[in-house]
Ligand binder design. Sequence first.
Ligand code: 5RP
Length: 220
Amino acid sequence: MDKAKQEAGYRAADQVRDGMIIGIGTGSTVLYAMERISERIREEKLAVAGVPTSYQAAYRAVEMGIMLTSLDAHPKLDLAIDGADQIDPAKRMIKGRGAAHLREKCVADAAETFIVVVDDSKCVSILDGPVPIEVLPFACMPVIKRINDLGGSALIRNGSGKDGPVISDNGNFILDCTFGEIRSPEELEQNIANVPGVVESGLFTRYTGKTMVIVGAKKS
Ligand code: 5RP
């Protein structure tokens, strides 16, 4: 699986052109893309700057010599590279295993092209995985109730290395919400967004038109 992730990440990194401002997603597959971008910066003297979607992405970019910038400086990005937890044939996705989907969605929205890097275990015919939802701690219980009303079941994500809830990079809680097979991801994304206290869900249904999916092949 790591080989497949590496292949996907490296192929995405090869789409980066000199002078581009790119969005840097979060997760293990994107780390491979960053590794290859860093190599290209050293070998080809590629000039790029990246908007990181998490502390993980920011710190790794610094270690790898990838210059950082922000959405304030660059509200439009040439491309963004990110992973996914599930993706369907229409390029609709569930993201947020790493609790970074809020910033990942801001970056995807700002990007002209959204490159999604996955291994084939992420490709499904119908989205059915848990949907991470970032919530304002103040409204956590009312949001859980409203998720139940929408036919879902919500669990507060707990930390490891800390007792109690995971706190996102934005200071919020994460709910992992199961809905079974998600027949209309667009409608569910909208219904979740309508709940007061929801900051952002990990359903990505609005960027299919600008999404390029790279599925890494396993190589021996
Ligand atoms: C983080 C994400 C990741 O992009 C997603 O979980 C995929 O991660 P990985 O490449 O490690 O499988 O959405 O919030």
